[in-house]
Design a binder for this molecule. Structure first.
Ligand SMILES: Nc1ncnc2c1ncn2[C@@H]1O[C@H](COP(=O)(O)OP(=O)(O)OP(=O)(O)O)[C@@H](O)[C@H]1O
Ligand SMILES: [Mg+2]
Length: 213
């Protein structure tokens, strides 16, 4: 019998890695795109409206000439994260991978919109730590559970109540509401109005202008 210590393996491997700075910087890339790169991290219950608002924001900004990209939890679960389950460890790794990809996209100068339940404070804090200061904006889509469950667009609440889905956020798994999110949205308002309020915040942050004027 033998024991393989994963952390030690990883540690030994990282000894042989050297950080490679790129010649073209993140600011150069942002400047070329006429914007300040950042990550908008949407969190909220299933059915809160994250995907709906994220896609509408993406479309609105794209039409206005900004350079954006949406990373949606559901899509990533079918590819990048298809090997992960919904256990605590699986969710944490799902979030870590998506945050790392979002970070690379921010380095590429994009306004990245992540749409992911990310139910625990620890999940969102771990994601925030991956980014430079001021680059990460948490967007809390605050929609009551009763409203999300009444919408039940995917029929998942019904299944969760029937005991057919284990660890379903809001029903059999916890959702920890953000404290001090940069943006909080009333998920019952019209998506058009919510997108307008996010745009205003992005303007305040200077995201829609090049970093050096
Ligand atoms: N602001 C809103 N007002 C009314 N209905 C909405 C609003 N936002 C979303 N919806 C509707 O609610 C349902 C769920 O929205 P959506 O799929 O965007 O939620 P989600 O937060 O992405 O959920 P999940 O985490 O399961 O992907 C959809 O049918 C959508 O049309
Ligand atoms: Mg969604």
């Amino acid at each position: 019998m033998g024991i393989i210590e994963g952390e030690r393996l990883r540690g030994d491997r990282s000894l042989n890695l050297l950080w490679q700075d790129t010649v073209v910087s993140k600011d150069d890339r942002s400047q070329a795109k006429g914007q300040k790169a950042c990550c908008l991290w949407f969190t909220g219950l299933s059915g809160a409206g994250k995907t709906t608002i994220a896609n509408l924001l993406d479309q609105t900004l794209h039409t206005a000439g900004q350079h954006t990209f949406v990373l949606d939890g559901d899509r990533c679960r079918t590819g990048l994260c298809s090997d992960l389950d919904f256990s605590d460890a699986g969710r944490m790794e799902n979030i870590r991978r998506i945050a790392e990809v979002a970070k690379l996209m921010v380095d590429a100068g994009l306004i990245v919109i992540v749409s992911l339940i990310s139910p625990l404070l620890a999940h969102r804090e771990a994601a925030r730590k991956i980014f430079d200061d001021g680059e990460f904006m948490e967007v809390y889509v605050n929609t009551p559970l009763t409203v999300c469950e009444a919408r039940d667009a995917k029929g998942l609440y019904k299944k969760a109540r029937q005991g057919l889905i284990r660890e379903f956020t809001g029903v059999t798994a916890p959702y920890e509401a953000p404290v001090g999110a940069e943006i909080e949205l009333n998920g019952r308002a019209h998506p058009d109005d919510l997108v307008k309020s996010i745009r205003l915040k992005l303007e305040e942050y200077g995201a829609l202008e090049p970093p050096f004027g």
